[in-house]
Design a protein around this ligand. Structure first.
Ligand SMILES: N[C@@H](CCC(=O)N[C@@H](CS)C(=O)NCC(=O)O)C(=O)O
Length: 342
C-alpha cells in the first residue's frame, strides 16, 4: 500500500513537473521572440503621436518607438516588429492570451490592471492626465460649467471611470456618448453628437488636429486624473519583464548622459563609465538579461534616447507640439528618472 502511494505520488510529481516545464517553455517570451525573429506589439487603432499609421501605412509614435527599441535590444533590428492594432476593450485580452508579446498603447498604469488582470507595467513612458475639449462657440471656460453636458468618451478606458467620478464629485450630471475607437469618438464630437470630448490630454491635442476645423475647439484647463502611460507585459515571465523594463531605462539614461542616435558610435570610446555601461562596452552588458551585450547601443543607435523619441513623435518635431513638462528628465524639473545601468 505504502509503495503504491509512493508510486502514485511520484507519478503526480513527474506529471506536474512536466506540465510546469511545458508551461515555462511556452511562457518564455524572450525564447519565442528570438526563435520567430520578430516581436508582436499591441498598439492602438490610431492615435497620432502615440501609435498611428502614416500615409505609407508605417506605424509611428512614441509607443511604436518603444517596440522598435525592444526589437533592437533583443533582435538587433528595430524593424522586426509586427504591429497588432487593438481597441481599448481588446487590449488586455490580447496580452493575456499571448496574441501579443507587449502592449504599447497609451495605457494607464492602475492597481486593478497591474494586479487583478495578471499584468506587469514596465514603467512610464508618458505622464498624462485626463482633460476635456469643447467647441469654442459653447462659450465654456471651465469643466465646472459642464453640468448636464453630453460627453463623447471611449469605452474600456480609465477615461470612462474618471468621468463618472468627476461629475459625481462635483454634483453635476452628464450624458455619456460612448464609442469604441478614437476615430469614432472624434468624428462624433466633430459631428455635434456631444458638447464635450474627454480623454488623456495628449489625446485631446492629437484628436483636435484631425477635426475639420481644429481652431473651433479648445482644451479646458482642468486635469481631472493621473494617467501614467506605459508599456505592459504578462505576469509570470520575469526575464521578459526585465528586458522590457531596461529597454525603457536605457532610453531615459541615454538622454541623461547625452548619448544620441547620432553620436552613439563616438560615445563607444567615451571616458565616462556611465556612458560605456549604457552602450554595453563595460558593466553587466547583456548577461543578466539574457540578451546581446550591445543591447543598449542598438536601442540608442537605431531608435534614439527618450528625448529624441519624445520630440520626434509628440514634441517640437511633431504636429502635436507638446512641451516636455513633467515628462522632462528628473534633473530638468520632470519625473523621468531611470535606475542606473551598472
Ligand atoms: N489611458 C487610458 C485611455 C486609453 C485610450 O484608449 N484612449 C483612447 C482615446 S484617445 C485611444 O487611445 N484610442 C485609440 C484607439 O481607439 O485605438 C486608458 O488606459 O484606459
Amino acid at each position: 500500500m505504502a509503495n503504491k502511494l509512493t508510486l502514485i505520488a511520484s507519478v503526480i510529481a513527474a506529471s506536474t513537473a512536466l506540465v510546469a516545464n511545458t508551461a515555462s517553455a511556452a511562457d518564455s517570451t524572450l525564447d519565442k521572440v528570438t526563435k520567430q525573429g520578430y516581436l508582436t506589439c499591441g498598439v492602438s487603432t490610431g492615435l497620432p503621436g502615440f501609435s498611428n499609421p502614416n500615409s505609407k501605412g508605417e506605424w509611428e509614435g512614441i509607443d511604436v518607438e518603444y517596440c522598435q527599441a525592444l526589437a533592437a535590444a533583443v533582435l538587433g533590428d528595430k524593424t522586426k516588429v509586427k504591429y497588432v492594432p487593438l481597441t481599448a476593450k481588446e487590449r488586455f485580452t490580447a496580452l493575456q492570451s499571448g496574441e501579443i508579446d507587449v502592449l504599447s498603447r497609451n495605457t494607464t498604469w492602475t492597481l486593478q490592471r497591474d494586479a487583478a488582470l495578471g499584468l506587469n507595467f514596465v514603467g512610464v513612458n508618458y505622464y498624462d492626465g485626463q482633460g476635456f475639449m469643447v467647441k469654442k462657440d459653447l462659450g465654456i471656460k471651465s469643466a465646472k460649467e459642464l453640468d448636464g453636458a453630453s460627453v463623447c468618451v471611449q469605452s474600456g478606458t480609465t477615461t470612462e471611470l474618471n468621468l463618472a467620478d468627476y461629475f459625481r464629485n462635483n454634483g453635476m450630471s452628464y450624458k455619456p456618448v460612448v464609442f469604441d475607437t478614437s476615430a469614432q469618438t472624434s468624428k462624433g464630437f466633430d459631428a455635434g453628437r456631444c458638447d464635450v470630448l474627454t480623454t488623456d490630454q495628449s489625446g485631446l491635442y492629437a484628436l483636435r488636429l484631425n477635426l475639420q476645423n481644429p481652431d473651433s475647439a479648445m482644451v479646458l484647463p482642468e486635469i481631472i486624473s493621473k494617467e501614467p502611460l506605459g508599456p505592459v507585459v504578462r505576469q509570470g515571465d520575469d526575464q521578459w519583464f526585465n528586458v522590457a523594463k531596461w529597454t525603457l531605462f536605457a532610453m531615459v539614461n541615454a538622454e541623461e548622459y547625452g548619448i544620441t542616435s547620432k553620436n552613439a558610435d563616438e560615445m563607444l570610446k567615451s571616458k565616462d563609465p556611465n556612458v560605456t555601461r549604457i552602450l554595453g562596452v563595460d558593466g553587466p552588458k547583456g548577461q543578466g538579461l539574457g540578451i546581446r551585450d550591445d543591447w543598449g547601443y542598438q536601442i540608442i543607435k537605431q531608435v534614439g534616447n527618450y528625448g529624441e523619441s519624445f520630440e520626434r513623435t509628440v514634441g517640437k518635431g511633431s504636429p502635436l507640439q507638446i512641451s516636455r513638462g513633467v515628462n522632462a528628465l528628473w534633473n530638468e524639473g520632470g519625473f523621468m528618472y531611470a535606475p542606473p545601468i551598472r
